[in-house]
Design a protein around this ligand. Sequence first.
Ligand SMILES: [Zn+2]
Length: 77
Amino acid sequence: MTPTVHDVVFRAACPDCRGRFELAAAALRLAIGRTARTTFYSFTCPDCGAAVRKPAGERIVELLTGGGVRTMRLHVG
Ligand SMILES: [Zn+2]
């Protein structure tokens, strides 16, 4: 069973309002830098509107890209 992109939701939490929610792939952005330190994902909190940015490890990158999250490759340095 391979889930389709439309079925995938990602659990996320907001550090500002501490809200917990599920986000569709379209609500997330992934930025892949040259190192783990510059690789992160971001989203806008649906509860308080804060722009949240969190580091993305290898596993998270796999999950997000596999789930159809829009990915941006950073070419820094
Ligand atoms: Zn929030």
